[in-house]
Design a protein around this ligand. Structure first.
Ligand code: G6P
Length: 614
C-alpha cells in the first residue's frame, strides 16, 4: 500500500532509489516518483503514471545527480492515479518534498485552513496537505524542518510513514511513522529508509524499525537521532536483518509467484524446523509453552484476518475445534473492528497477517487488547507491527513473499495453525499422545509430499489451456476443503480477473447450481476424507447439468475419476493436513490461466500486497 524509499550517502542516489522502488512495487504500482537534492542546490522532482519502469523512461536525459533523495510507488487512495497526484509532493515555494504512505483523515479540515492562509493546491491528495502544512509551520515559526514536521504531525489524524527533504538543507532526511511501516538501514557513512528492508538488504544488515509516532533525524556523518512527538529523544535500537538478496530475486523463474509456489517444500521445512521434534513425535511451539495458563483457561478463540490470511483463519477454526475443542470464531478484521465485539480476559484473539502491517488487522488487535483479551499473532515479516503489538505469537518463517497473490504464506499460515491446534490440543488433554505422534510424522514429511504435488505442474499447465477463456468458475469443497475452495477462487480472481466463487459444496444446491451449464467449469476439492461420499454426489449434480469438473482427488481414487472431466491426484494425508496439499494445484491452475491470458501475475491490477489503509 504505497512504498517509500530514501537514501543519503556517497552512493548513486538515483540508482539506489529506483532499485528500491522496484523491490517495493508489490506495495502499489499506480504511479511512481522521485525527488533529488542536487549538489548545485536544486531540488528535482520527476513523476510518472504507472509502473516504476515508466518513471525510469521519463527520467532518461534528466538531471539525476544527487546527494540525497526520496522516492515513492503509489497505490491510489485520495485522487486518481495521475502524474499530478503522484508523489513526491512539494511545497508551493519548492523548498520541501515529501513522500507518504498512509491516509491523513483530517486532511479536509487542514486543507481549508491552509487555503484561508493563502495556500493553493495542485493535486487531489491528502499528502499535499501535509507537505504544505509542514512548510507553512516552518515559515511561520521560523523553525527547523524537524520541528516543523513534529508540529505538523501533532495536528494530523490518521496513518503515515513519511520522508521529507529540504532544498535549503540538503544533508538530511526527516522521517516519521504512525501505523504505516518504516525501517531505517544504517550503513557505513550512509543511511537508507524504506517501507520494508528489501530495498537495502545488499548494503546493510543493521536496521532500526521506527515505532509509532517516532521521528527520525537522518544526517550524513552523524548518528541516527530519534524523537517522539513531544520532542523527547528516544533510544535507537539496532537489530540485525534475517534476509538475503537471493530471497528477493526470481531465481530463474519467470515470475515471483511461480518461484514462491515452487519454494513451498523449502518454506514449509523452515516453518516446521524446531517445532516438530523427537524425530517427528512431538510438537513444540514456544508461543504456547510460554502462555500455558492462557491457553488452558481460554473459553473461546476469535481469529481476525483479511484476504488470504482470512482463509487460513477459517482453516484455523476447523483445526482448533477438532484438536483443541475450543469454540472458535473467525472474523474479517475490517468488520470485527466495527462490530462492537464482546471480549474479556478469557478470550484469545489470534491475528493472522503475512505482512504484519494490515491496517484493519492492527486495529482489531488494538480493540482486543483494550478489552483485556490475550492477543496472539501469526505473521511472516519479522519486526513488523503485528508481532510487536501482540502479546505473543509465531512467525511462519517462509521468507519474503513478493508476488501479490499469496501462496507460500498461506501454506505457512495453515502449517502454523496446525501446529498450534496440536500443541493446544495436547495441553488441554483433548488430543492423545499417539495422535500427536501420528500427525507429527506426517507433518515432517509434508515438504516432500508438496514436492510430489508440484510434479503436477505440466499436467496443470496443459489443463489450463482448456479453461483460459471460461468467464466464470465455481470452486467447491466441504469441511477442510471448503476454505481451500475459497482460496482457490480468490487466487483465480486476483490474477486472471475471471469471476470465481468458492462455495461449501452442499450449499451449491441452494443457489449456485442455477449457474451451472456447459460454460461454467467447477473445481471440486474431493480428497479421501469423511465427507468423500457426500462430495461424490455434488460432482454428480454438476455433471447432470452439463458442467465440466476438475477434481482434486486422493491418488488411487476411481469413483470421482470416472465421472469428472479431469482429475489431479494428490498423495494421501490425514484429513487435517489436506489443505496444505490441495491448495498447491489450485495455485498452479490460477497461475497458468492468468499467464495464458497475458496478465501480469506478480502485479495484478488494483491490488497491493500490503494494505496499510482502512
Ligand atoms: C492484500 C493482499 C492479500 C492479503 C491481504 C491480507 O489484500 O493482496 O494477498 O491476503 O492483503 O494481508 P496480510 O499481510 O494481512 O496477510
Amino acid at each position: 500500500m504505497c512504498g517509500i524509499v530514501g537514501y543519503i550517502g556517497d552512493g548513486n542516489v538515483y540508482d539506489i532509489l529506483i532499485k528500491g522502488l522496484h523491490r517495493l512495487e508489490y506495495r502499489g504500482y499506480d504511479s511512481a516518483g522521485i525527488a533529488l537534492c542536487a549538489p548545485d542546490g536544486s531540488l528535482n522532482i520527476y513523476k510518472s503514471c504507472g509502473k516504476v519502469s515508466n518513471l525510469e523512461q521519463h527520467c532518461k536525459g534528466k538531471k539525476l545527480d544527487a546527494k540525497v533523495g526520496i522516492a515513492h510507488t503509489r497505490w491510489a487512495t485520495h485522487g486518481e492515479p495521475t502524474d499530478n497526484n503522484a508523489h513526491p509532493h512539494y511545497s508551493e515555494d519548492g523548498n520541501i518534498a515529501l513522500v507518504h504512505n498512509g491516509t491523513i483523515e483530517n486532511y479536509k479540515v487542514l486543507k481549508d485552513a491552509l487555503i484561508e492562509h493563502g495556500c493553493t493546491f495542485h493535486s487531489e491528495t491528502d499528502t499535499e496537505v501535509l507537505v504544505e502544512l509542514i512548510e507553512y509551520i516552518r515559515l511561520k515559526n521560523n523553525c527547523s524542518l524537524v520541528d516543523a514536521v513534529r508540529q505538523a504531525l501533532n495536528e494530523v489524524v490518521g496513518a503515515y510513514a513519511i520522508a521529507v527533504i529540504e532544498k535549503s538543507n540538503p544533508d538530511q532526511i526527516i522521517a516519521a511513522r504512525k501505523s504505516s511501516p518504516l525501517v531505517i538501514g544504517i550503513g557505513k557513512d550512509e543511511f537508507f529508509l524504506a517501507s520494508d528492508a528489501t530495498p537495502f538488504v545488499e548494503y546493510t544488515q543493521n536496521v532500526v524499525y521506527l515505532k509509532d509516532e517516532e521521528i527520525a533525524v537522518i544526517k550524513k556523518g552523524e548518528p541516527l537521532k530519534l524523537l517522539n512527538l513531544e520532542n523527547e529523544e528516544a533510544d535507537v535500537n539496532i537489530t540485525e536483518l534475517q534476509m538475503s538478496i537471493s530471497q528477493l530475486e526470481k531465481g530463474g523463474f519467470p515470475h515471483f509467484m511461480l518461484k514462491e509456489i515452487f519454494e513451498q517444500p523449502d518454506t514449509l521445512r523452515d516453518c516446521i524446523r524446531g517445532r516438530v521434534i523427537d524425530g517427528g513425535k512431538r510438537v513444540c511451539l514456544t508461543g504456547v509453552l510460554d502462555n500455558k495458563e492462557k491457553f488452558l483457561n481460554a473459553k473461546r478463540i476469535v481469529i481476525v484476518a483479511c484476504g488470504t490470511s482470512w482463509h487460513a483463519a477459517l482453516l484455523g477454526k476447523y483445526l482448533l475445534q477438532d484438536m483443541a475443542r475450543i469454540p472458535v470464531e473467525v472474523e474479517y478484521a475490517s468488520e470485527f473492528r466495527y462490530s462492537n465485539p464482546v471480549l474479556d480476559d478469557r478470550d484469545i484473539v489470534i491475528a493472522i497477517s503475512q505482512s504484519g502491517e494490515t491496517a484493519d488487522t492492527l486495529a482489531a488487535i488494538q480493540i482486543a487488547k483494550e478489552m483485556g483479551a490475550f492477543v496472539y499473532g501469526i505473521s511472516n515479516v519479522v519486526g513488523s507491527s503485528i508481532p510487536r503489538e501482540t502479546h505473543s505469537g509465531t512467525y511462519i518463517h517462509v521468507g519474503p513473499e513478493i508476488g501479490v497473490a499469496s501462496t507460500k504464506a498461506f501454506t505457512g499460515q495453515v502449517m502454523v495453525l496446525t501446529l498450534l491446534a496440536i500443541a493446544v490440543g495436547r495441553l488441554r488433554g483433548n488430543l492423545s499422545e499417539e495422535e500427536e505422534e501420528r500427525l507429527g510424522g506426517y507433518i515432517s514429511r509434508i515438504p516432500e509430499l508438496v514436492e510430489d504435488v508440484l510434479k503436477l505442474n505440466d499436467k496443470i499447465k496443459h489443463l489450463s489451456l482448456i479453461y483460459t477463456y471460461a468467464r466464470n468458475f465455481l470452486y467447491l469443497g466441504r469441511g477442510y476443503s471448503y476454505p481451500v475452495a475459497l482460496e482457490g477462487a480468490l487466487k483465480l480472481k486476483e490474477i486472471s480477473y475471471i469471476h470465481a466463487e468458492g462455495y461449501p459444496a452442499a450449499e451449491m444446491k441452494h443457489g449456485p447450481i442455477a449457474l451451472i451449464d456447459a460454460e461454467m467449469p467447477s473445481v471440486i476439492i474431493a480428497p479421501n476424507d469423511h465427507l468423500y461420499e457426500k462430495i461424490v454426489n455434488n460432482v454428480q449434480q454438476v455433471k447432470a447439468r452439463q458442467g465440466s469438473v476438475i477434481a482434486i482427488v486422493t491418488r488411487g481414487d476411481t469413483e470421482i475419476a470416472n465421472i469428472a472431466d479431469h482429475v489431479l491426484d494428490i498423495p494421501e494425508v490425514p484429513e487435517c493436513l489436506t489443505p496444505i496439499i490441495t491448495s498447491v494445484p489450485l495455485q498452479l491452475l490460477s497461475y497458468y490461466i492468468a499467464i495464458n491470458k497475458g496478465k501480469n501475475v506478480d502485479m495484478p491490477r488494483n491490488l497491493a500486497k500490503s494494505v496499510t489503509v482502512e
